[in-house]
Design a protein around this ligand. Sequence first.
Ligand code: DLL
Length: 435
Amino acid sequence: MKDFHSQSALDYLPKQKLQELQWQRLQTVLKYTYQNVPWYRERLKEKGVTPHEIQSLEDIAKLPFIVKTDLRDTYPFGLFAAPLKNVVRFHASSGTTGKPIVVAYTQNDIDVWQEVVLRALVSYGIHEGDILHNAYGYGLFTGGLGLHYGGEALGVTVIPMSGGNTERQVMLMRDFGVTLFSGTPSYFLHILDKAQQMGVDLRKLPLRAGAFGAEPWSEAMRCKIEELAGIKAYDIYGLTEIAGPGVAAECSCQCGSHIFEDHFYPEIIDTETLEPLPDGAEGELVFTTLTKTGMPLIRYRTRDITCLISEPCSCGRTLRRIKRISHRSDDMFIIRGVNVFPGQIESAFLSVEGTVPHYQIILTREKDLDNIEVLVELTSEKFGDTIRSLENLRQTIARKIESTIGIRVTVRLVEPNTVPRSEGKAKRVQDLRSL
Ligand code: DLL
């Protein structure tokens, strides 16, 4: 197996060296993609751009974007740059409608991916001898295999759990002396509930960290997880189109995720004008893969809303960071003309004592009027309170949410364990308005 350990040094490259490396890699990937993907040549021709016009990193802004529908329209192999015989693996992302999008990985791409996941784990303080309980799904979804190979490359013992059979997950976490958990934050909360029912206190186990991602989660949710499990909860970010988990990851400072910029060149654009925005400004994250050969993507629009942080991080890594992804430009819903993101509602009610981070947002329409109902689950202690105090609590939560999103909502308090749990990404919003 390749030795990826030395690659962690790339996290600390002086800015200028990093930019030189990025520029050199950008030229190579542009030329390579232009030569090997007829679709890309056509796209550039349509836009009247040639790769020669790109004379610096900043010139990347002259190139057209690639969006998810381009991947759908070229399904299944239309954007592959390598011959099929060199493709060692496919992954695919579950689209909500129609065909999935397919991504090709050459051995080089698998190596890049292992390397970045290894670097993510190193930044959490994980090392050889740690035991990783990997609850991300194995299969076409990138979570399972991504953490698996990255963990193995680091010399960690990996338990390939996948999701499901939650009782057994708790049992093995306890019996195997697991030190690192990886999975969606919503599924970990479910595991926490189950552990409590089984009389297992995760705080007493050797478990010390979690790599949580694949869905938006709030700072308030991090606090709950850290408190209930007695661990450090770290963010890991990624998307199938670019690599899977490991495009960016937090360090021990927990103040934004460092992007592995030597492989994935980030930009932030204004979602209206599509113009690049400076570091610090909020907008849509766009990536160019600098080293991939199976299906390189140039200026891929992620739909994830965040900003780039270029201030030095106290961990010493020079890689720029992204702020926690609070929402996607497309998971936003519009109600009575107001743009709302589930994460805003989550943060608002979690600030109220007695709530847990399990909730659902139900949108309905009655006589042309949109209504929003939020089901909020309570802790067992709180649920046993008097009717009067529960009514007070309900009103407090409704006020908090209203003052955050600016519209009135109906809050329904529900018993512990009644909001459906997911083993993968949580589905928070039920939009019944179009039915
Ligand atoms: O979710 C890859 C992944 C697996 C990342 C495991 C982290 C851990 P997709 O299924 O293609 O890939 O979904 C990608 O999920 O564009 C974001 O909207 C969202 N997402 C991923 N990580 C985070 C995160 C995987 N840490 C889409 N915070 C992305 C917020 C995230 N959203």
